[in-house]
Design a protein around this ligand. Structure first.
Ligand code: PMP
Length: 498
């Protein structure tokens, strides 16, 4: 089902009503006044720089900040305001917070002393040895710059290995901004609330849909979009097993964050792929090192041929990602030894800056710090998030306001208002999200001293103390009470019907 015209109109008129309410005008005025320098600086930047994260399409953060200092869980903006940071560099700084001393010191030792990139450096072997402690299921790695690079490289390796071209991905999965990744991606790129979801193909798949202008809709020989339905997905994989180069999956989808449904599906797909001899790729960009030392693969027992890592594999925000897995696949991008014999027989995923020395050093120092704490890190993080969840449950039963932290693992979630604890269908979850609440909570948290980018996301880990998270719960529950006082509709008309 799609949102009806009447429902869409009532959502539009709701937004119109809200924007004329005095408390909201006061909130916008307060935020504008407290960050006048940031507003002026980002206004100037907008003229000349499109790539800054605060100008990223689909995020559209309001009242963008210019951040001048960051330590642990704290950031300071150009106007001198301090915030507890829940964004943490899209989660990349969630392990230890900003600028952890041992990582900064280790990288400083390399600064000005290495070649930078384009040469072998001893830290590469140190990092690989350390990574093997975390993910012994990975035989071989290739280092790259971004999560997007890692999933693109996985696709290329799988295609090189099988000689086939079709890639299967699940509707709603997010694998970065390369062309195939930008199809049928998270619902906030397309689908609820602005566009209806695409239809079904005659064989029971999902119509391919590009989320971006400039990305042509993929050829059916290149992309198969699977529904989040085990029976149909397995049938489609079986039907196309001789054409499939790989099945690309997200270990725990941020746009369908209910592992009680997604993990059994992934396990079944992983087994089906093994039987069909189709490479199975597990994208652990969000989940690697976060669901426990071995990521979602080890935590849930999901076996893959290739794994993609990004986000916290890097340190200090210096770009680093990796694709790893069975040596037989990684070997396709490694020279046979004689340049001329590689021609026509090898692929390539390496680039000029990939695996640069500062990035490898920051990664090594950051993961070494995690390794030292690993007995306590995961139990402490879990306890902190459990405290947040308990306080929200108490709040819900006290007030009947359906405020939840929806997410997975111990480290990522988003605050929002949802009727149900869990949704068994991606589309009904997407259709239940209240995007106006996301927008308002983000700004109401900002007013209370908590920074999130454009959604009330909580990336957490060792970065936040229990006190930080206690204060955050107070801020978010106070915001919910304020919304309630102003008659805010927590559940939108037509919710759950997409
Ligand atoms: N895979 C997943 C699961 C992600 O969440 C993301 C980023 N949100 C990516 C890939 C792409 O990573 P990057 O932004 O570093 O290219």
């Amino acid at each position: 089902m799609t949102t009806t015209a009447a429902e869409a109109t009532s959502v539009e008129s709701l937004v119109g009503d809200l924007l004329s309410q005095q408390w909201l005008i006061d909130l916008f005025t307060e935020l504008t006044e407290r960050q006048t320098r940031s507003v002026a600086a980002t206004g100037r930047l907008r003229e000349v720089d499109a790539s800054t994260h605060v100008f990223w399409p689909f995020h559209s953060p309001q009242f963008p900040l210019v951040v001048t200092e960051a330590h642990g869980s704290r950031i300071t903006d150009l106007d001198g305001n301090d915030y507890i940071d829940c964004h943490l560099g899209f989660g990349a700084q969630a392990l230890h917070g900003h600028s952890p001393e041992p990582v900064v010191e280790f990288v400083k030792e390399q600064l000005g002393a290495t070649t930078g990139n384009g040469y072998c450096h001893p830290v590469e072997a140190q990092l690989v040895d350390l990574l093997h402690e975390f993910v012994p299921h990975v035989e071989k790695f290739a280092f790259l710059n971004s999560g997007t690079d890692a999933t693109a490289a996985a696709i290329r390796l799988a295609r090189a290995h099988t000689g086939r071209r079709m890639v299967a991905k699940f509707e709603g999965s997010l694998h970065g901004v390369h062309d195939l990744g930008m199809h049928n991606t998270a619902f906030w790129y397309h689908g609820h609330p602005t566009q209806p979801f695409p239809g079904e193909t005659p064989e029971g798949g999902i119509e391919r849909q590009s989320a971006l202008t400039g990305v042509p809709v993929a050829d059916p020989r290149d992309l198969l979009v699977l529904p989040n339905d085990p029976v149909r997905a397995l049938e489609l994989i079986e039907r196309h097993k001789h054409e499939l180069a790989c099945v690309l999956t997200e270990a725990a989808s941020s746009s369908f964050p209910f592992v009680e449904h997604t993990v059994p599906l992934l396990k079944a797909v992983s087994e089906a792929c093994r039987r069909a001899r189709v490479p199975f790729v597990l994208d652990e960009v969000l989940t690697g090192f976060r669901y426990g030392p071995g990521g979602a693969a080890a935590h849930f027992g999901i076996e893959a041929d290739l794994y993609c890592y990004g986000k916290v594999i890097s340190g200090l925000g210096i770009p680093l990602s990796a694709v790893g897995g069975r040596a037989a696949l990684l070997d396709h991008t490694q020279t046979s030894g004689l340049p001329l014999t590689d021609i026509g027989r090898k692929t390539c995923v390496q680039t000029t800056h990939a695996g640069n020395h500062l990035a490898l050093s920051a990664s090594y120092a950051s993961l070494r710090l995690l390794h030292e704490q690993r007995d306590t890190y995961y139990t402490e993080t879990r306890a902190k998030v459990a405290m947040v969840q308990q306080r929200l449950a108490d709040f819900r039963s006290r007030t009947a306001i359906p405020l939840r932290l929806v997410g997975f693992g111990d480290f990522i979630g988003s605050f929002g208002f949802l009727e149900k604890e869990s949704y068994d269908d991606y589309r009904s979850f997407a259709g239940s999200v209240n995007p106006i609440a996301f927008f308002l909570l983000t700004l109401m948290l900002r007013k209370r001293g908590f920074y999130t980018l454009s959604l009330p996301m909580l990336f957490t880990g060792g970065a936040h103390s229990t006190e930080d998270l206690e204060a955050l719960v107070t801020a978010v529950t106070d915001s919910a009470l304020e919304l309630d006082k102003h008659g805010f509709p927590f559940i939108l008309p037509g919710a759950g019907q997409q």
